[in-house]
Ligand binder design. Structure first.
Ligand SMILES: Nc1ncnc2c1ncn2[C@@H]1O[C@H](COP(=O)(O)OP(=O)(O)O)[C@@H](O)[C@H]1O
Ligand SMILES: [Mg+2]
Length: 231
């Protein structure tokens, strides 16, 4: 099956997640099955509290499911341990958050270099890749700016460049345009689309923007911890 080019890049089966709280157990994900194909652009939509962020964190190996699993290519993500799981998070997946989560004390260039430095690439290599990516996202003139000196759209471009610095196959973005106006949302969409076309990137994007969602390949609607609809 791993040699089948039409096989899913990611196969999610029976995924559940519960949190124990002082008020009792909260069942946030209640049995999610989803195949995501290579090069596919999937929008995830659903009202606040539906479980979208929890789902994205588990897809990216940032959190563990209570039951069920995620197979990425032929790796069962949650059977990976320690360094292997760290490597999966660092190399296979790029993450873009709603609030960019850039490090405020570091320049745009340093922020983008960070995952490569963590992966023990040389400063020279990390800087080379980061500069190229910042150029690709249209920020070659903002290398030494700190996040606070950039507009919201520029900050998200830096976050996108940072997500791509290790050359992931999958880009996960959780409401990347949640704080942006419609024109900037459109620019970010065009950038993501360019990256999809130039490198065949598979993307899962949580969004409240109907115009963004409708331009992707598939829309997955989440409701109350389940997938209500996929079309
Ligand atoms: N660490 C946690 N502990 C307890 N409840 C949580 C935790 N994380 C998320 N939840 C709950 O899970 C539900 C879904 O959250 P989330 O995945 O952030 O939804 P969405 O991104 O769709 O708004 C919410 O009701 C939230 O309060
Ligand atoms: Mg969320």
């Amino acid at each position: 099956m791993s040699n089948d080019p039409t096989a899913a890049l990611i196969r999610v089966t029976g995924l559940s997640k519960s949190f124990g709280t002082s008020g009792g157990q909260v069942d946030v994900l209640r049995g999610i099955d989803l195949d995501i194909h290579r090069g596919e652009r999937v929008a995830v939509v659903g009202s606040s509290g539906a479980g979208k962020t929890t789902f994205m964190h588990i897809l990216g190996g940032l959190d563990r499911p209570t039951s069920g699993g995620v197979v990425f290519e032929d790796r069962d993500v949650f059977s990976l341990k320690g360094v292997e799981l760290d490597a999966f998070r660092n190399q296979a997946v790029g993450f873009v958050f709603q609030f960019h989560q850039l490090l405020p004390e570091f320049s745009a260039l340093e922020n983008v270099m960070m995952p490569a430095l963590i992966a023990r690439k040389s400063r020279q290599d990390a800087s080379g890749i980061a500069r190229k990516l910042l150029h690709e996202v249209g920020l070659e003139h903002r290398l030494s700016h700190k996040p606070g000196q950039l507009s919201g759209g520029e900050q998200q471009r830096v976050a996108i460049a940072r997500a791509l610095v290790m050359g992931p196959k999958l880009l996960l973005a959780d409401e990347p345009t949640g704080n942006l106006d419609s024109r900037t949302t459109d620019e970010i969409y065009r950038l993501l689309n360019h990256l999809h076309e130039s490198r065949g990137l598979t993307m899962v994007i949580v969004t409240h923007s109907e115009s963004l969602a409708s331009r992707l390949d598939r829309i997955v609607c989440m409701e109350d911890g389940r997938i209500r609809d996929s079309f």
